[in-house]
Write a protein that binds this ligand. Structure first.
Ligand code: ATP
Ligand code: MG
Length: 465
């Protein structure tokens, strides 16, 4: 059955590409994600074309283009991140080790090129001569309407050619809000173990896209039910069915997914931290039913987070942020907390991660069935902002080491540091004391106390024997 095409308006520079190739006697088609997203009326960046012209000929037609990869892709940059990419027809090449082909084989026809593509919704082409015309041998338009991700051809064969396609199926499903067609899904379940053949970086890139998508929790759920999760995040899989104490209505897995779904941050790393914040619970669970406890789960969880960071090859900076968010997620929100306690919390989390930590807490609350906030939590946020305006580190003291040495006539050395530390402790308790006149007045007293304690901390000779 031929489906009617929705109105598609192409920008002038894209129409121009069609015209230039056609005039030179070559075939030219828009393909892949661009066609899919045009039909879905979804924004996208890359305009991918395929043609029977070889790269050298494409370059002749577009002198401003560049060509420097083994896939034969010629790139024409557009404004911002956007670009046009033109690749000669390709066909399925020899696959080794369940990974992308080691060698590229050029195709002779558009049909061959569409055949090698992963899913029916990614295997449509658009021709344009006055009017757009859809070429859709695998019925991708049908699957777009049914909201289905379906492999082109035999799914098991396709996943054995390239195991990353299993992650891509789930990624597209959570980006588009589609289901995976049952035979395609069954083939992922059957072949899930092959994902171990794929590099950690490529798995992480897909995982990050799932986390950043509009349906991250659905995506993570599919990762578990397909069996893929087991091979790269077994610690998260282990939270499934782990019951919590009475006041928790959900098991750890369900709570983690609900938290992820409610995370106000768009950042995949913050969403990932939200997803794994309770990953230390299964190994720390003690007791059953209402008596169940998870003491130190944030400490154990932070250690697991570090292992996961290494496994997924996160950068040092990402790994550090993930660690901090998991390690300190159990922070107390209490109107009786001292400013000092709040400052310690800020030091632990890091100023730059505060809003992410608060986003995680909001998600954690919603994921436990609570309201997004409370008057206490609001007060806590206000106080965090207030407290940051007050002195923080020794550097913020209204007196420095040089002034201390001059005033007390002492040489530089560890004693100066000790005096600074003592002054800082006073100011941390009571920020109003951070005045030069007050600190100067305190100097001789602290000097005396420290001098005395330094002496008295050394026991008399006889006592040491
Ligand atoms: P987006 O760029 O929005 O993530 P996309 O569909 O453009 O989506 P790309 O990864 O850019 O995805 O790939 C472009 C096209 O190349 C796809 O639409 C698909 O037709 C094909 N393709 C990409 N990766 C594979 C693969 N591993 N196996 C088969 N075909 C693939
Ligand atoms: Mg793309």
């Amino acid at each position: 059955m031929r489906k009617s095409l929705p109105t598609i308006t192409l920008p002038p520079e894209i129409k121009k590409v069609f015209q230039i190739f056609t005039k030179a006697g070559w075939e030219i088609y828009l393909v892949g994600g661009a066609v899919r997203d045009l039909l879905l009326k979804r924004p996208f960046n890359d305009w991918d074309f395929t043609t029977n012209a070889p790269p050298e000929e494409i370059q002749k037609l577009f002198p401003q283009s560049f060509y420097h990869n083994k896939f034969g892709t010629v790139t024409i940059p557009l404004e911002k991140e956007r670009k046009i990419e033109i690749t000669p027809f390709r066909q399925e090449a020899a696959y080794q080790d369940y990974r992308h082909p080691s060698q590229i084989r050029w195709g002779k026809t558009l049909e061959e090129d569409l055949q090698r593509r992963d899913f029916t919704i990614n295997a449509m082409a658009l021709a344009y001569q006055k009017q757009p015309r859809l070429i859709d041998p695998h019925h991708g338009q049908n699957d777009l309407q049914k909201k289905l991700i379906r492999a082109v051809g035999n799914p098991t064969k396709r996943f054995r050619e390239d195991a990353l396609r299993m992650m891509r199926a789930i990624r597209f499903s959570s980006q588009l809000g589609f289901l995976i067609e049952p035979r395609t899904f069954a083939a992922i379940q059957k072949n899930a173990a092959l994902i171990s053949k794929i590099s950690a970086e490529r798995i992480r890139d897909e995982l990050w896209k799932i986390l950043a998508s509009p349906y991250p929790a659905e995506g993570i759920n599919f990762l578990r039910t397909s069996g893929l999760l087991h091979y790269f995040l077994p610690e998260l899989e282990a939270t499934y069915g782990v019951a919590q104490a009475k006041h928790h209505i959900y098991d750890v897995w369900t709570h983690s997914l609900k938290a992820l779904a409610s995370c106000p941050s768009q950042d995949p790393l913050v969403r990932f931290a939200t997803l794994i914040h309770d990953i230390g619970k299964p190994p720390t669970a003690r007791g059953q039913g209402p008596e169940r406890t998870f003491y130190n789960h944030e400490v154990v969880g932070a250690k697991i987070a570090r292992e996961i960071s290494q496994r997924l090859r996160l950068s040092k900076k990402e790994s550090e942020r993930l660690w901090r968010l998991v390690r300190w997620h159990q922070f107390t929100v209490d109107e009786h907390q001292t400013d000092k306690a709040l400052r310690r919390f800020i030091r632990h989390v890091g100023k730059e991660n505060l809003s992410d930590m608060l986003a995680l807490r909001t998600a954690d609350r919603i994921g436990s069935g609570s309201r997004p906030t409370s008057w206490r939590f609001e007060l806590f946020k206000k106080r965090l902002a207030e407290v940051q305006k007050q002195p923080f580190t020794i550097k913020d003291l209204k007196i420095n080491g040089h002034e201390i040495m001059k005033k007390l006539q002492i040489p530089s050395g560890p004693l100066v540091g000790k005096i600074l530390q003592a002054l800082f402790q006073e100011v941390e308790e009571n920020p109003k004391l951070n005045r030069k006149s007050y600190l100067q007045k305190r100097l001789p007293i602290i000097y005396h106390q420290l001098g005395a304690s330094a002496k008295s901390s050394k026991p008399p000779k006889e006592a040491r024997q």
